[in-house]
Design a protein around this ligand. Sequence first.
Ligand SMILES: NC(=O)c1ccc[n+]([C@@H]2O[C@H](COP(=O)([O-])OP(=O)(O)OC[C@H]3O[C@@H](n4cnc5c(N)ncnc54)[C@H](O)[C@@H]3O)[C@@H](O)[C@H]2O)c1
Length: 363
Amino acid sequence: MAVGFGIIGCGMIAGFHQKAIADIRGAHVVACFDTFPSAAERFAAANHCTAYEDLGAMLADPSVDVVTICTPSGAHLEPALAAAEAGKHVIVEKPLEITLRRCDQIIEACHRNKVRLATIFPSRFHESSQQLKKAIDAGRFGRLTMGDAYVKWYRTQEYYDSGAWRGTWKLDGGGALMNQAIHSVDLLTWLMGPVVEISAKIDMLAHKRIEVEDVAVATLRFANGALGVIEATTAAYPGALKRIEIHGSGGSAVVEEEDIKTWDFARSARGDKRLIEKMSGRTQTGGGAADPSAIGHHGHTLLFRDVLKAIKNRARPSIDGHEGRRSVEIILGIYKAAETGRTIQLPLARDPVLKARKTGVAS
Ligand SMILES: NC(=O)c1ccc[n+]([C@@H]2O[C@H](COP(=O)([O-])OP(=O)(O)OC[C@H]3O[C@@H](n4cnc5c(N)ncnc54)[C@H](O)[C@@H]3O)[C@@H](O)[C@H]2O)c1
């Protein structure tokens, strides 16, 4: 099946989308659009597709079947709505959007227009994540007791200065959590199940000219009773690979980026030893720990394949809009808990009112 992709927003991550799509037989980037025509033209020239100066014109192009949205995080909604209304399938970069209301609008528009919607969380497709999920579903951890995510990354001041949207509440929607650690927040809730209670502290300690947090610590209770923590920062020089730890009465596993570091169960299974051997030394990049562009595109390829399969079979992509919304809700809960000093219960009935969004200061 030949499938045409249109890319909206021709910045840093758009290049990874292009590479990921090029790895899929029958899939091609056929069109692109950016509010800066020069960015779209540069991208089109490098990737042999058509640059559009008008989003409506790109969405009217019948060779575009699927759009991927690579605009700043708080500017995902408008192009997603336009694409859905034009009958295109929609794949949105993380976070799906920066408020629950904006996420829900995207979900509703895609549902109403009967197009598929997916959110990009490539780490879920890493083999280490798949193995963890399989072991949890098989009950190998016994009673799940702790689930932790550690994202101790480093972003230079130049990184935040490189785009006017970076580090703003309006377009980044938050800092170390909403932009960087969200991959791990998503993994944690996918693996451990829903979060029901949060207490937290956030702060901005090491950067200038940003409104959002560069350090965050949250304690969690999951619906299954287990406890956990999320630690996220962009102010830990030189930046370490992200880590997920899952513990239970019957076993422990630690995954660092794509490598399994600990895989220890009270009841070992045939294949455990081989798995540990196979799953070490797999991380081929810096994982974005210090350099946002030091990532691979393989996870994106697997995710796009999953969406194409869902389109073909009229099924749900593995990470649909509802899945994409989950991490946004947890992060908004963390912001509210940090701002009020109170324990916050999830699910949230609506978007929390955050003073920081109004004053532009993380607290
Ligand atoms: N999955 C990942 O690993 C990953 C990595 C990096 C970024 N991202 C996400 O991708 C998105 C973009 O990040 P980036 O680093 O590529 O940003 P960027 O600033 O490099 O690129 C954004 C591009 O969008 C364009 N743009 C802005 N508003 C637009 C609009 N309304 N319509 C069309 N184009 C518009 C800008 O001109 C710019 O060219 C963010 O949501 C970010 O969180 C995901």
